[in-house]
Write a new protein. Structure first.
Length: 117
């Protein structure tokens, strides 16, 4: 199955990306079937250049865009639909612990005395 995804190029701490068409199982930095654009997030605003005819061709052939590329294509107006969540980590906000459980002191026990007979 083919996928349209980003492949990082550029220097250390100066990322820029190529938008490439590859087999899903292939390494993102390996050889690609086609280079269909580029993306530079460091410019203000971010620079995105697509080869629209090639993107449409590969989408018709069944290539699936990654979540980030999908969002870039929606922003550029090449495909219609809502943006998708691009992150994969599952962080859940944990509720704050009650104040009682934060205390580290042991509770004081009352001493009971036996009545003497």
């Amino acid at each position: 199955m083919l996928v349209i995804r980003l492949s990082r190029v550029g220097k250390k701490k100066r990322p820029s990306y190529r938008v490439v068409v590859q087999d899903r199982q292939r390494d993102p930095w390996g050889t690609s079937v086609d280079i269909v654009g580029n993306y530079n997030p460091l410019t203000s605003p971010s620079t995105v250049v697509f080869k629209e005819d090639r993107i449409k061709y590969w989408l018709e052939k069944g290539a699936q865009p990654s979540a980030t590329v999908h969002n870039l294509l929606v922003t550029a107006g090449l495909i219609k639909g809502p943006k998708v969540k691009a992150t994969t980590h599952d962080r859940q906000d944990k509720p704050a612990a009650p104040e009682e459980s934060k205390k580290t002191e042991a509770p004081i026990k009352e001493e009971t005395t036996k009545p003497e007979a």
